[in-house]
Design a protein around this ligand. Structure first.
Ligand SMILES: O=C(O)CCC(=O)C(=O)O
Ligand SMILES: [Fe+2]
Length: 377
């Protein structure tokens, strides 16, 4: 579906880089978040000036999964990271530094292209093989986010590749290598996670191999008034796992014990987070965690998020092996069609899609989760 005429003419729809190129010195009103939703930059600054890191996420060394003497211990730390945090970092993940660097550089250069070239990929069809856009959910957002994105649909890779941008020259090749390697990592990690849940052999690994895979290249330009807006609002990701590659500029925050805490990028690591589908599949044992992105006044930030799940036409439901009289089923079945309908019709802030899949008795006993609009820090 092409962009509607009205959307084409709205300046916000052209994205934040375009806006910055026009030489603005303040944040237009469309991007100003209501006061309780804005980042508390004083708090962030105070934390990063103190010697204590903002948050030490668990670090899992994936090379130890291959070591028969260390595998059991590594699985235990993986299970703990999934249960206690929903977010962790992985090192020795098998994706070469060259591929990582090529991906970040290619992404950065895409956003440096003239607006007209980037605009060729604008589309409001969420299933398009390639989609350039802005904000979070630009057709329904009440406040725009300080973010432009390029989404590359990576499954099946061989047939979609040809639709990806041919400029800058090496972006397609870099994205292909990164997509192949993150898919392998996803499969290895899902095998390990199934084992931590006592489900090895229950779920076909092939279904993850052929599962949906979306790569999101995020661009957060430097912002003249970063404390008025957000790069991404509080949200959770829909899939099983998301891998986030950060370019070294901080910005990612996760909600931890009711507070927003900054995730410091560790060199050569990838951030992994649990998505809604894994929360449903594990019947709530592993939690998909709210996160958001802050912007800053001096540095453009690039991040690459890879979202992985089962194939698009699959239904996601709690694994029957994880349901018994002590562990009642907590979530309804869900599928991508339901998620996409929800996304295109709602201003999806917070974990509202996941909440909509909770069975009604849990909705009553465990009312909606923490959200920044309700919980001021
Ligand atoms: O930029 C980041 O660090 C996170 C991006 C993110 O949450 C997403 O693309 O879903
Ligand atoms: Fe996310």
């Amino acid at each position: 579906m092409e962009m509607e005429h009205e959307e084409e003419t709205s300046p916000c729809m052209k994205g934040v880089r375009h806006l910055c190129e026009s030489g603005i010195t303040s944040v237009p009103k469309e991007y100003v978040f209501p006061l309780p939703d804005r980042p508390d930059t004083n708090l962030v600054l105070k934390r990063s000036l103190s010697s204590k890191p903002n948050l030490e996420l668990p670090v899992v060394d994936l090379s130890q999964l291959q070591n028969p003497h260390r595998r059991a211990q590594t699985l235990r730390s993986l299970a703990k990271a999934c249960e206690d945090h929903g977010f962790f970092q992985v090192i020795n993940h098998g994706i070469s530094m060259e591929v990582v660097k090529g991906m970040i550089d290619g992404g950065r250069r895409f956003f440096e292209l003239p607006f007209e070239e980037r605009a060729r990929y604008m589309s409001s069809d969420i299933r398009a093989p390639v989609r350039y856009g802005t904000s979070f959910n630009q057709n329904v957002d009440r406040v725009f986010c300080w973010r432009d994105f390029l989404k590359l649909n990576c499954q099946p890779l061989e047939s979609l590749l040809q639709h990806w941008p041919s400029s800058p020259l090496d972006l397609r090749q870099a994205s292909m290598l990164y997509a192949q390697q993150t898919k392998s990592l996803f499969v290895v990690l899902m095998e390990a996670i199934l084992e931590t849940l006592g489900l090895n052999g229950v779920q076909e690994v092939k279904e993850f191999q052929e599962g949906s895979h979306l790569m999101v290249l995020n661009c957060f330009p430097a912002c003249p008034e970063p404390d008025l807006t957000l790069g991404m609002p509080p949200h959770s990701d829909y899939g099983f796992l998301t891998f986030v590659l950060q370019d070294g500029v901080v910005g990612l925050q996760i909600q931890n014990k009711g507070e927003w805490v900054t995730v410091e990028p560790i060199l050569d690591s990838l951030v992994v987070n649990i998505g809604d589908h894994l929360e449903i599949f594990s019947n709530g044992r592993y939690k998909s965690v709210l996160h958001r992105v802050l912007v800053n006044s001096s540095k453009l930030r690039i991040s690459i998020a890879s979202l992985h799940s089962l194939p698009f036409d699959y239904v996601v439901r709690p694994s029957p092996k994880l349901i018994d009289e002590n562990n009642p089923r907590l979530y309804e079945d869900t599928d991508f069609a339901a998620f996409l309908d929800y996304m295109s019709s709602r201003d999806t802030k917070c974990k509202s899609f996941l909440d909509s899949r909770k069975l009604s008795f849990t909705k009553e006993t465990k009312p909606s989760l923490d959200c920044i609009t309700k919980k001021k820090i």
